[in-house]
Design a protein around this ligand. Structure first.
Ligand code: SF4
Length: 446
């Protein structure tokens, strides 16, 4: 979601005539779009801005800004130790950034910025802000794009700062979203990922169910109709509200990819309750089973938090059991990170870091084993891969994603990026698949 928000800001600056700088030391405007979901992300952004402060002395005309969740949560206090910061803009105001930057540059040019009171801070709520993330700057032959369909979250999981930083749930209309996707497809995009904090609950406060279908399923169906769109992804859903209509979408919407990222967070019902995740481990396992029945071969990935306050060895064993049972294709395992002003940070029985670390490693081992096992079954198969471009780690190879979202690395010609390519898999690790192209498909029949 941050990537998508950053793209919106970049687009609005480019429209005003700005260009992307190769690196921050050449830039006239340096904006850090921040994440607050874990303390480490906060610390990283603060450290980075501190380092940039040295540059501010040598290049006083440069505009420095914090955007996003940390800006929203900390507001003006960010200026206290970082006096070179000119701009603090929250999560509902990304569309105002370009104007603020222009204003600050003019003031700096006029020499009016020595007084810190001239910094701009805007962390207010804004009605309709969910509809302002709608433009992006596509790179040549860009084949994938994120589309923000809603903002905010009303779930109040006890560990999570997002409802404070992103506000209450607000959704765009289906028409607006479909128009944006159509525009992207006409510019060459073949795959879109619909983004929301609890994406499957899209529109539940604004739009009615029609024929027992939730607004989210109505949106999937409308997007599916778009000619030229080859793949439809979404992230991240919540097990609550993941009903039969959405499971059924995997049966009748072939463009919906073979991947579901469904955060479970814990395998212990006691911990799920303390997290305010209002499902049980059994319900989660059953949900995955039903999705797998609806779409054979679907890859399932998840998020898990270890070391939540009060997590005993027995609770952790229950998470291990669930992970063994589900056999995830992959999982993000996080050590619980207390976030300011969240209920969990005040709970008794906080778990020590060593225990969190041990549980984290233990779980990652299990996840990695299942990832390797599942990926190795793909050796010898031919997969449809959407080629994104040269691999970041080895630019002599191309990188793309299978419909299961697995990363596929292969050698191929310069005209592959942006196209669907059939790749025969020859080798697999837990993270990537390696293969050789069989042929590039002009179109794939669905
Ligand atoms: S559903 Fe997701 S975004 Fe919402 S409170 Fe829970 S963890 Fe945070």
């Amino acid at each position: 979601m941050n990537e998508r928000d950053s793209e919106q800001v970049a687009h609005s600056l480019i429209e005003l005539g700005y260009e992307r700088a190769a690196n921050e030391s050449e830039a006239d405007v340096v904006l850090l779009n921040t994440c607050s979901v874990r303390d480490m992300a906060d610390q990283k952004a603060l450290g980075k801005m501190g380092m940039l402060g040295r540059m501010a002395n040598e290049r006083p005309h440069v505009v420095f800004g914090f955007l996003g969740c940390m800006a929203q949560a900390r507001g003006e206090s960010l200026l206290k130790n970082l006096p070179h910061v000119d701009l603090v803009v929250g999560t509902q105001k990304f569309h105002r950034v370009a104007d603020y930057v222009e204003n600050l540059r003019q003031r700096k040019a006029a020499g009016a910025m020595d007084d810190p009171r001239f910094s701009i801070i805007d962390i207010e709520e804004e009605v309709g802000s969910q509809s302002t993330i709608r433009k992006q700057q596509l790179a040549p032959r860009q084949s994938t794009a994120f589309v923000s369909i809603m903002q905010g979250c009303n779930m109040h999981c006890t560990f999570c700062i997002v409802p404070q930083t992103r506000g209450a749930e607000r959704s765009r209309t289906i028409e607006e979203i479909v128009d944006e996707i159509r525009e992207l497809v006409s510019a060459g995009v073949k795959e879109v990922t619909l983004l929301g904090q609890i994406v499957n609950l899209y529109g539940r406060h604004e739009f009615p169910k029609i024929n027992h279908k939730s607004p989210f399923v109505q949106l999937l169906e409308a997007a599916h109709e778009i000619e030229g769109l080859e793949r439809l992804r979404f992230t991240s859903p919540h097990p609550i509200g993941f009903r039969e209509d959405l499971i059924d979408a995997y049966r009748h919407l072939p463009k919906l990819v073979d991947h579901l990222h469904l955060p479970v967070q814990s395998g212990s019902n006691k911990i799920l309750k303390a997290m305010h995740r209002t499902y049980t481990a059994e319900k989660y396992v059953d949900l995955v089973r039903r999705v797998r029945d609806a779409r054979k071969g679907i890859a399932v990935t998840t998020d898990i938090i270890v070391g939540f306050p009060g997590e005993t060895e027995e609770d952790f064993q229950q998470t291990r059991t669930l992970v063994e049972q589900v056999q995830f294709d992959n999982a993000f395992v996080f050590r619980y990170s207390p976030r300011r002003d969240t209920p969990a940070s005040e709970m008794a029985d906080q778990i020590d870091e060593r225990t969190k670390e041990r549980r984290n490693h233990d779980l990652l081992d299990i996840v990695n084993r299942s990832a390797v096992r599942i990926n190795q079954r793909l050796v010898g198969q031919t997969l449809e891969v959407l080629c994104e471009g040269p691999s970041k780690t080895n630019p002599s190879r191309l990188m793309g994603r299978a419909r299961t979202n697995k990363i596929v690395l292969f050698e191929g010609s310069d005209d592959f990026p942006g196209r669907l390519v059939e790749v025969r898999i020859e080798r697999a690790t837990g993270f990537s698949l390696y293969g050789s192209p069989v042929r590039a498909a002009a179109t794939i029949a669905l």
